[in-house]
Write a protein that binds this ligand. Structure first.
Ligand SMILES: C[S@@+](CC[C@H](N)C(=O)[O-])C[C@H]1O[C@@H](n2cnc3c(N)ncnc32)[C@H](O)[C@@H]1O
Length: 212
């Protein structure tokens, strides 16, 4: 997906991926995996997800990466917080207590800029990317976080029934991308109620990518 694809989606407010409440699999699994106290969570391709507010309310700190400045302005407005906005290299950092969002291309984010990360939460990030980008994405995310553990949410469905995004990411793909560096386990599979985009039967799968 080109950057223009996502900018157009945000400009047209075509954000069907944006959930109206925090993700259920996040709520069910995250606290058992990552202790709250002082933990800083990296959310790649974060959009303006309400999951960020969930993390902050639980006492986590959050760092995110997102292409769309419009999305991040909306995020801070909805959080009711005025961010400090600073240019950092090719990116712009929007910061407030316990939250730093880097606006721009995630491939321009470095470990130095990002700072320490205790865990990664990937919801609608890997599944948003076409096959040819997934290897680069997985390498970039692990590189800038020092292979922090992840809660990774994927969708599985019959790809021939719908074009992505979101794309179907099966277990073999997750293993190809991550089994060299993580120990992988499936925490839960949940049926997507009403089908994905109301069109195809799908499961949402919660993966824990832990230290190998
Ligand atoms: C499917 S949305 C998911 C947003 C969020 N994770 C959620 O659950 O609502 C994917 C997001 O990734 C952003 N994005 C796509 N490519 C990106 C890139 N190379 N760097 C940073 N953000 C990107 C898009 O602008 C979009 O907001």
């Amino acid at each position: 997906m080109e950057a223009s694809f996502w900018h157009e989606k945000w400009n047209a407010n075509e954000i069907g991926f944006h959930q109206s409440k925090p993700n259920t699999l996040l709520e069910r699994h995250f606290e058992a995996l990552v202790p709250t106290q002082g933990s800083r969570i990296f959310i790649p391709l974060c959009g303006k997800t309400l999951d960020i507010g969930w993390f902050l309310a639980k006492g986590y700190r959050v760092a995110g990466a997102e292409l769309s400045e419009s999305a991040i302005k909306q995020l801070f407005e909805e959080l009711g917080v005025t961010p400090d906005v600073t240019p950092v290299g090719k990116l712009t950092r929007f910061s407030a207590p316990d939250i730093d969002i880097f606006v721009g291309d995630i491939f321009d984010l470095t470990a130095d800029l990002l700072g320490d990360v205790d865990a990664i939460y990937d919801r609608a990030a890997l599944v948003a990317l076409p096959e040819e980008m997934r290897g680069d994405y997985a390498r970039q995310v692990t590189k800038i976080t020092g292979t922090a553990p992840q809660l990774l949410l994927t969708f599985e469905y019959e790809q021939s029934e719908m074009t992505g995004p979101p794309f179907s990411i099966d277990g073999e793909t997750v293993e190809d991308l991550y089994s060299d560096i993580y120990r992988l386990s499936v925490l839960e599979r949940a049926e997507v109620r009403g089908g994905l985009k109301g069109r195809v039967n799908a499961e949402e799968v919660a993966w824990h990518l832990g230290k190998a």
